[in-house]
Design a protein around this ligand. Structure first.
Ligand code: HPA
Ligand code: ZN
Length: 326
């Protein structure tokens, strides 16, 4: 289709991607076999059928279970290499990807193993596809701030490979204020700051992410639209929102893709971007996310170009690197 071809032709950056959420069922089976890990599914079809969620927590339960097949450096390499190949096919030229070290260290997988596998694949992607990348360490917000502090301690030897820190997992009941001190330390280390906020949580959590964590980007941010003063602030500050349309649909953040607020965000002057979040679980990589909202909201070519442009301007590339994409 014409619209799909246009989207495919536009160079894009992806700024909201959990690498563990790109684990396709086929690779899950392969790694389960390789590592002798039992999984409660008999077939790839059974896995896909289990991916029906009514909220964020429903998904997270399956997501943490799925990542249990990842054990060796090679596993993390293969996971990341598969995502990079898929992103390249969508004409994604730059990626800023999250990883959840606490989802691995809690299972006895060393931080060093995780980072070595991921970064080896990212280095390969630069050589093979000319794809540039940044890595963002996410703290799991359902765990304690002390646990996040210990994770930041573990990251210290690898700060040359880590561009920033983020905050993900169960949002409601775990506001940004719970992590104010660890994020202050991360800022002091020169790390970029992002946080999931306003996916299921209220606008107050977006305010906290801005005021207490001093974020450089907001991940999701949908519920900001409930607070007109917050919308004006985000627009005025040129704050990038990393929006994930198919994720929002699958996690029932929106009831119907036709009700997705992306166009409203753009019209309000918000710097929205389009991203895939956990593409294996939510049914589509970057281009599928662009196409879903383009069709449902009748986005113009100018809208699509603006979204792709926002993905580079909102990235953590240097101004000189951004200029090469704009
Ligand atoms: N929200 C919160 N935590 C997550 C997500 C998400 O969309 N994906 C992976 N961890
Ligand atoms: Zn996310």
């Amino acid at each position: 289709e014409e619209r799909a071809a246009f989207i495919a032709g536009v160079p894009k950056a992806e700024l909201h991607l959990h690498i563990e959420g790109s684990l396709e069922p086929e690779l899950m089976f392969e790694l389960a076999q390789r590592n002798n890990v039992a999984i409660p599914f008999a077939s790839v079809e059974e896995v896909r059928a289990a991916y029906a969620f009514s909220n964020l927590q429903d998904f997270l339960d399956i997501y943490y279970q799925g990542m249990g097949v990842l054990h060796t450096e090679q596993d993390f390499h293969d996971l990341t290499a598969a995502y990079c190949a898929r992103a390249d096919a969508d004409n994604v030229r730059h990626i800023e990807i999250f990883f959840d070290p606490q989802g691995h260290t809690s299972r006895g997988v060393a931080f060093a193993t995780v980072i070595a596998g991921i970064t080896r694949a990212l280095d390969d992607a630069r050589t093979t596809y000319g794809m540039t990348s940044k890595l963002i360490l996410c703290f799991l917000r359902h765990l304690s701030e002390a646990d996040a502090e210990a994770t930041l301690d573990e990251a210290l030897p690898y700060l040359d490979r880590i561009a920033g820190v983020g905050l993900d997992s169960s949002e409601v009941g775990h506001p940004p204020s719970k992590f104010e001190r660890v994020f202050a330390r991360a800022r002091g280390l020169g790390l970029k700051i992002v946080a999931h906020a306003g996916e299921e949580g209220p606008p107050a959590y977006v305010h906290e992410a801005l005021d207490l964590l001093k974020v450089d980007r907001i991940d999701h941010g949908n519920r900001s639209l409930e607070d007109p003063a917050l919308v004006r602030r985000l627009a005025g500050e040129g704050m990038t929102l990393t929006v994930c349309p198919l994720s929002n649909l699958k996690l029932c953040v929106v009831g119907d893709i036709a009700d997705h607020p992306l166009k409203t965000m753009l019209d309000a002057g918000l710097h929205a971007t389009v991203n895939s979040d956990d593409p294996s679980y939510f049914g589509g990589y970057v281009n599928a996310n662009y196409l879903a909202v383009a069709d449902a909201l009748d986005l113009s070519r100018a809208d699509l170009v603006a979204l792709a442009r926002n993905s580079f301007t909102g990235s953590f590339l240097s101004d000189a690197e951004k200029a090469r994409h704009l």
